[in-house]
Design a protein around this ligand. Structure first.
Ligand SMILES: Nc1ncnc2c1ncn2[C@@H]1O[C@H](COP(=O)(O)OP(=O)(O)OP(=O)(O)O)[C@@H](O)[C@H]1O
Length: 367
């Protein structure tokens, strides 16, 4: 067997999401051949890639069918999370992907989804940060059991004001606007005051190197959302909804806002939360108490990916209230829904990076 033969065979293996073969995409590295043994490394676009087994099998088959049916093939995986930023001098320069989690309506589980998405991506091997920018109802301090903690300041080169160091918990970095301002005061902030607080918040926290920064946004579609998108280059948004009509109507407003010609931030996908109720003692029973598949239908109508359907489970609520989000627990059954959702989100982000325009802050021309 020769290196050329192996690469030629592997050029028949498609990266299913990116629609090109793994050799053209430069994903094959470190090929080693020893008699009948061949090993190589496939560099994925995200460590949380749920397609590893599929790609591994396709590689093994390609080598055995096209080169040598006796070959013993070892496929190793590594990853270099893709990014679509070219503005590395700008704000948050070492953050590869900035994902805003939004909802049209309050209370649909946006914070729960943000926190567990961040944890699931980190458990897949990515470096992840969670920024709670929900100025009117920051939930991260309670969800992560860090209420009352005061973040440290640090001096870094090129910034004489000092920067805020995120906390670290359950393998992710996190910061909440609720840890920096008095929650009672923030509620009454409106307009420019809220906008300037959010601008300062996103630029003053030192996230350093991250594959994904998940931003838990305030509910609705308002000035704060615009300010954020004018301040940081948002890779894309994840929209959270529940299946009821009232929530879906508001989710549509969110989708419409981000899709507007002047804004045009890509929608990574939609996640339907509280899709059905499952009692702990009967995990296979599903009760569609908020209606069936409203989020799924909405995703189809707007032609955006449905990233997941998360059940309504008592332990998800308890985890949020007790400072241990479900992805930090050992409730394997419930975690599965979030793991699948995070895998789908990571795939969709990689596709966005491969296929769409460069990520940049938006400029809105007033008037
Ligand atoms: N899938 C779920 N199963 C059970 N409880 C859930 C689920 N998702 C969210 N919850 C609970 O619902 C409540 C609201 O969730 P969360 O705070 O995440 O919503 P939100 O959309 O961020 O709210 P807000 O608009 O106030 O920011 C919380 O008590 C949370 O634990």
């Amino acid at each position: 067997m020769t290196q050329e033969q192996i690469l030629k065979a592997l050029s028949n293996v498609q990266e299913p999401d990116l629609g090109k073969d793994i050799v053209t995409l430069n994903m094959v590295k470190d090929t080693e051949i020893n008699d009948n043994n061949v090993s190589f490394t496939v560099v994925l676009t995200t460590p949380a890639c749920p397609l590893k087994d599929l790609i591994r099998n396709a590689c093994v088959n390609a080598v055995q069918i096209l080169v040598n049916k006796e070959a013993k093939v070892t496929v190793n995986f590594t990853s270099n999370t893709s990014s679509n930023r070219q503005d590395t001098q700008a704000v948050l320069p070492k953050v590869k992907n900035i994902i805003a989690v939004v909802s049209g309506k309050g209370g649909v589980g946006k914070s729960t989804v943000s926190a567990n998405l961040a944890l699931a991506l980190a458990q897949g091997g990515a470096q992840v940060g969670l920024m709670d920018a929900d100025i009117y109802g920051p939930s991260v301090p309670i969800m992560f059991g860090v209420r009352g903690e005061r973040p440290m300041m640090m001096q870094i080169e090129g910034n004489d004001k000092g920067v805020i160091v995120p906390l670290e918990k359950y393998g992710i970095k996190l910061m909440s606007i609720g840890l920096l301002v008095d929650e009672k005061n923030a509620v009454v902030w409106r307009g420019p005051m809220a906008s300037s607080a959010i601008r300062q918040f996103v630029t003053d926290v030192y996230w350093d190197e991250l594959d994904y920064l998940i931003i838990d946004m305030p509910p609705g579609t308002g000035d704060i959302h615009l300010t954020l998108m004018q301040t940081v280059p948002v890779t894309g948004v994840v929209v959270v909804t529940t299946p009821q009509d009232v929530a879906l109507a508001d989710a549509k407003k969110g989708i419409a806002m981000f899709g507007q010609a002047q804004i045009k931030v890509p929608i990574i996908g939609l996640v339907e939360n509280m899709s059905y109720f499952t009692p702990a003692e009967l995990p296979n029973n599903k009760y569609y108490i908020f209606g069936k598949e409203g989020g799924k239908k909405l995703a189809e109508e707007y032609d955006i990916p449905l990233l997941g359907q998360i059940p309504l489970v008592q332990s998800i609520r308890e985890g949020g209230d007790n400072g241990e989000p479900i992805m930090a627990s050992n409730d394997e059954i419930t975690k599965k829904a979030f793991e699948e959702f995070a895998g789908a989100a990571a795939r969709s982000i990689a596709m966005r990076n491969a296929n769409l325009e460069v990520t940049k802050v938006i400029e809105i021309v007033e008037g």
